[in-house]
Ligand binder design. Structure first.
Ligand code: AMP
Length: 383
C-alpha cells in the first residue's frame, strides 16, 4: 500500500511488529496501554514481545506466505529489529502500511550503505573505506592509518564482527578472520564521550527529539545511560539538530537513534543509526512524558507526536546475563530500594552478555542517578 498521510490508525487498530525482542515488548506494552492490538512476527517462540502481544507468529522472515498472511492481519507494520530482509518488507507492503519504509531499513541494515548515505548527505562520519579483499584492506590501512576498526558491513551490533587494528596487526590474519565478509575499515575516533539522540518523525514530517543521552559502554555493549548528558548546551543543540536532519534526509516515519561520538574539540561524529527504539532510550519509559515506544506507535499510526519532556534526571543500567552469575539475583533487596524501577524482558536463559533487563534510577543530577543505578545493580548481582 502506498505511504499516505491519510493512513491514520486509531486505538483499536492492530499493529504488526517485525522482531520480537525487548524493544517490541516495550512497544507492545505502550500499545496495549493505549488500546491497540499487537501482533509480532519472528522465527522464535515465547519471545519478549510475544509474551505481551495478542498474537505471536513464529516463522522465518523468508517465508513469503507467512509474511503475507501476517501483513493481511494487521493495519500497520513497524520494526523493533532492522535486520529484516528488505524483500520480506516489500511482500508485507503489498497488504498493509509499513512504517518506516523498507528503504530506511535497507540503508540502516548495512554499515557501508549507511555510511555512504551519511557521507553523501554531508553528515559527519569517521573516514572509511569499503573492503572486499585483503589487498583492499592493505591499501585502506595505508590511507586511513591505525588505530582503526574493521567492521563487517552487515549484521553487526554491540561490537560483534569488529576488530580494532593496531600497528602490530597481522593484516593477513585479520582478513582471514573476517571469512570473506564485506567489511568497512573505519578511522579510530578518539572520543571524549559517546552520546545518542533519539528522534521521532511523523507522517507529516513533524519531529521531536529526546534529551541527549550519555552512554558508557563495556566490552562494546551499552552499560549505563545518563540523561541529561553532561555536555555543553551548544553540543546538545548541535546533536539534536543533526538527528532531526538525518530523520528528514532518510524519510523516517517512526523513531531513529543516532549514535554519536563527541570529540574533545566539541565536534560530533555519527557512529551509527538504528531506525527503531534504542537501548539508550529506555530511560524514557519511566522518565519522559512520552516514552520512545509510545512515540514510535504515535508516529507509525499517523498520530501527532507526544511531549519528550524529561521529568527528572535519570540513569539506566543494563542487566546482562552476568548479573545471574552468583545465582538468582537479589530481587528482594532491589525491591526495597523505593526509587529503582526494574524491567525484565521475560528471557528464560541468562547467558553472559545477553540483555535480560534493565534498572532505572532517578537523582538530583544524572551523575547521582548513575551512582544509584550502579549500586542497585551491584546489590542485585550480590556483588
Ligand atoms: P558499533 O557496534 O559500531 O556501535 O561499535 C560499538 C562500540 O565500539 C562503540 O559504541 C564504540 O565504543 C566503539 N567503536 C566503534 N567504532 C569506533 C571508532 N571508529 N572509534 C572508536 N571507537 C569505536
Amino acid at each position: 500500500m502506498s505511504e499516505s498521510a491519510q493512513c491514520v490508525f486509531f486505538p483499536g487498530s492492530t499493529i504488526g511488529v517485525m522482531g520480537s525482542g525487548q524493544l517490541g515488548r516495550m512497544l507492545a506494552i505502550a500499545g496495549r496501554r493505549m488500546g491497540y492490538r499487537i501482533h509480532t512476527f519472528s522465527p522464535e517462540k515465547d519471545t519478549p514481545t510475544g509474551q505481551v502481544a495478542d498474537l505471536e507468529v513464529s516463522a522465518s522472515y523468508a517465508d513469503e506466505a507467512a509474511v503475507r498472511a501476517f501483513a493481511k492481519g494487521v493495519d500497520v507494520i513497524t520494526f523493533e529489529f532492522e535486520n529484516i530482509p528488505v524483500e520480506s518488507v516489500h511482500w508485507a507492503a503489498e497488504h498493509c502500511v509499513v512504517r518506516p519504509a523498507g528503504s530506511v531499513l535497507h540503508i540502516c541494515q548495512h554499515r557501508l550503505r549507511e555510511k555512504e548515505f551519511l557521507r553523501g548527505g554531508g553528515f559527519p562520519v569517521a573516514n572509511f573505506e569499503a573492503i572486499e579483499t585483503e589487498s583492499q584492506l592493505r591499501n585502506a590501512v595505508e590511507k586511513i592509518g591505525v588505530p582503526s576498526v574493521l567492521k563487517t558491513a552487515a549484521f553487526g551490533y554491540d561490537g560483534k564482527g569488529q576488530r580494532k587494528l593496531l600497528p602490530s596487526a597481522d593484516l593477513g590474519e585479520v582478513w582471514a578472520s573476517m571469512q570473506g565478509q564485506k567489511s568497512v575499515l573505519e578511522a579510530w575516533v578518539p572520543f571524549e564521550r559517546e552520546i545518542s539522540v533519539i528522534v521521532a518523525r511523523g507522517v507529516d514530517g513533524q519531529t521531536a527529539t529526546y534529551p541527549v543521552c550519555e552512554n558508557v559502554h563495556t566490552n562494546h555493549i551499552l552499560d549505563v545511560t545518563m540523561v541529561p548528558a553532561r555536555i555543553p548546551l551548544e553540543v546538545t543543540s548541535a546533536a539534536e539538530s543533526l538527528a532531526v536532519k538525518v530523520a528528514h534526509a532518510i524519510g523516517l516515519v517512526g523513531v531513529l537513534a543516532v549514535e554519536l561520538f563527541l570529540l574533545p574539540s566539541g565536534e560530533i561524529v555519527i557512529n551509527e543509526l538504528a531506525p527503531r527504539p534504542h537501548n539508550s532510550g529506555h530511560f524514557s519509559f519511566d522518565a519522559c512524558v512520552t516514552s520512545q515506544f509510545e512515540q514510535q506507535l504515535r508516529a507509525v499510526c499517523g498520530l501527532p507526536l507526544g511531549s519528550t519532556e524529561l521529568l527528572r534526571p535519570v540513569a539506566m543500567a543494563n542487566l546482562l546475563g552476568d548479573v545471574w552469575a552468583k545465582g538468582e539475583p537479589d530481587w528482594l533487596s532491589v525491591s526495597s530500594m523505593a526509587e529503582i524501577k526494574l524491567h525484565l524482558y521475560g528471557k528464560a536463559e541468562a547467558r553472559p552478555g545477553r540483555k535480560m533487563g534493565h534498572l532505572v534510577a532517578f537523582g538530583g543530577t544524572a551523575d547521582l542517578a548513575a551512582e544509584s543505578v550502579r549500586k542497585a545493580r551491584a546489590v542485585l548481582g550480590r556483588e
